[in-house]
Design a protein. Structure first.
Ligand code: ADP
Length: 376
């Protein structure tokens, strides 16, 4: 593996160490820049974008460990190598946790320095290649889903309309058996349409999450909006929905549209998997640094065997004793992805025949965005 211009930055407060590293690396055809402390090193890193950075752990001012974690957070593809005269297992472990690629205890030989430099340049190039492939894969997946869904939507809608025309006897009178078969076809077509719609919204929302910047907004109006959107479905099923709030404005950072989709899905499920006359209670609370939203229903509940799988794609926990419902089994997997994209989590608690509670935990503030993949 070749890198045309290889640039190494050596940050060490000992001049002799900087000089000897420079000599060894320049002989191995590296370009080398050096800095005597953390602050100067950080400036050079920003200005020159080196491939690898050697960082002495013990330096006056900005500590090596702080500098290391700063660089690793800003650009995990930069190969950071910690050098120290006080090598302990603890400091090595801590440095790796902060994102260091490697660890080089003093004293070291010229050969060791060269090997470490090459090894980590190779790791960096692999990391960059992996990032590119990952981005390419995501782009292809997104395009594929969107293309397939768009291509499928129009013909499916047309088939649905033809079925309706025939069912309305507009193409001549129907025998009972024919009507029955057509009703089944209509049911399957509606299911396919729902699947295509879910796919589309999944790709659209995931695309948004990757691009969107977090914005602060009030959570309670959002929850009310989700409940209002489900109200017609709830009226039809005679399910009562109540919402209790945290009492004051509770602001959250995140992608509002994506989170609306989350609550819409959970409240709609709480209605769908419920009996006539059932109840759904939605509660919004602020606890410490997080927002907790619970959606509790007294509907069918989920069996213990089904519980581990409800967040899996396409999983539907239906038994013969339950009324037939249509669905794709994609809703909860999308909910989980969206909540996790907000650094939150969603849990489920349920007892068959008694009801189900979904709880969404979301941090009030989103951590600063870092690159999606982690350093090796
Ligand atoms: P869908 O509703 O399209 O089937 P979901 O991913 O939203 O897909 O849900 C997966 C499965 O989890 C559902 O098929 C249902 O069996 C179960 N489920 C989800 N929410 C509830 C709930 N509130 N009560 C009972 N079962 C539920």
């Amino acid at each position: 593996m070749e890198a045309a211009e290889k640039l190494a930055l050596v940050i060490d407060d000992e001049e002799s160490m900087r000089d000897s590293c420079r000599q060894v690396l320049e002989k191995a055809e590296w370009q080398v820049i050096t800095a005597p402390d953390g602050a100067a090193g950080y400036r050079l890193y920003r200005e020159c974008a080196p491939d690898i950075v050697f960082i002495d752990l013990k330096m006056p001012g900005l500590s090596g460990m702080d500098l290391l974690s700063r660089i690793a957070a800003e650009d995990p593809s930069v190969a950071t190598i910690v050098i120290t005269g006080y090598a302990t297992v603890e400091s090595a472990v801590e440095a790796m946790k902060q994102g260091a690629y490697d660890f080089l205890p003093k004293p070291f030989t010229s050969a060791e320095l060269r090997v470490v430099a090459w090894r980590n340049l190779e790791k960096r190039l692999l990391f960059i290649k992996n990032q590119r492939l990952q981005a390419e894969k995501e782009r292809m997946q997104e395009n594929f889903v969107t293309l397939v869904s768009h291509e499928m939507r129009a013909p499916l809608a047309a088939v649905g309309q033809y079925i309706e025309v025939i069912l309305a006897d507009l193409a001549g009178p129907l025998a009972d058996k024919q009507r029955q078969i057509l009703l089944q076809m209509q049911h399957k077509t509606e299911w396919l349409m729902a699947l295509v719609k879910e796919w589309l919204s999944m790709s659209r929302i995931q695309g948004r999450i990757a691009l969107a910047d977090s914005e602060p907004f009030d959570i309670e109006p959002l929850v009310h909006e989700a409940v209002d959107l489900v109200a017609p479905q709830a009226r039809e099923q005679r399910v009562q929905i109540s919402v209790s709030g945290s009492g004051g404005p509770a602001r959250l950072e995140g992608d509002r549209e994506a989170l609306l989709h989350v609550f819409l899905n959970l409240v709609s499920n709480a209605v769908k998997y419920n009996h006539h006359g059932g109840e759904v209670q939605v509660a919004v609370e602020t606890r410490a640094e997080q927002m907790v939203v619970t959606i509790r229903d007294n509907g069918w509940g989920i069996s213990e065997e089904d519980m581990p799988f409800v967040f899996d794609e396409f999983y539907r926990a239906q038994t013969e004793r339950m009324p037939k419902t249509t669905g794709t089994g994609l809703g909860l997997s999308i909910v989980k992805k969206l909540v996790e994209a907000h650094h939150g989590r969603v849990t489920v608690d349920s007892a068959l025949g008694e009801g189900t509670t979904f709880t969404v935990y979301l941090p009030l503030k989103q951590p600063r965005k870092v690159a999606a993949s982690e350093a090796p």
